[in-house]
Design a binder for this molecule. Structure first.
Ligand SMILES: [Zn+2]
Length: 148
């Protein structure tokens, strides 16, 4: 795939993102807490959102499946909207039910997202999902959830 996707593809991915957010039962605008709860309901597991320092050349977000709960790690130094977009990107992997790479040990890293794999179709779709999610977030509400 070329570095820049064509406009038809972008429009398709944007429409698909809106459709998935609608399917989750979300209103036109929502808070990060609301979309978080909706994705947890769809997934049937708790999803912990954890700010964590990540190496500059490494992934900017990670979705890890533990034994009972899921974990989404996002770069703690990212600006607030970028953090939301990273979380939205990982939510994209979760709601689109992407397959991950099995990891030895007790957990499974389902996605480790870097810009270098952005050209990959799955990554592009999740990047647009994150962007659409950020656009629909009510930015008068607190932007990030407290740790839990
Ligand atoms: Zn990704």
């Amino acid at each position: 795939m070329s570095r820049y996707s064509d406009d038809t593809l972008v429009l398709t991915l944007v429409r698909q993102s809106h459709a998935v957010l609608d399917e989750l039962g979300l209103p036109r605008t929502f808070t990060i807490a609301e979309v978080h709860r909706s994705v947890e309901r769809r997934r049937g597991r708790r999803i912990h959102l954890i700010a964590h320092p990540l190496p500059p050349d490494g992934p900017h977000g990670l979705w890890v499946m533990g034994e009972t709960d899921d974990y989404v790690f996002y770069e703690q130094a990212a600006p607030p909207l970028r953090k939301l977009q990273i979380i939205g990107h990982e939510f994209g992997h979760i709601v689109f039910d992407d397959e991950g790479t099995p990891l030895s040990g007790r957990g499974r890293t389902l996605s480790a997202c870097t810009r270098t794999v952005y050209d990959d179709m799955v990554e592009q779709r999740c990047e647009w999902f994150g962007s659409v999610m950020v656009q629909r977030i009510d930015h008068s509400a607190p932007l990030l959830l407290p740790h839990r």
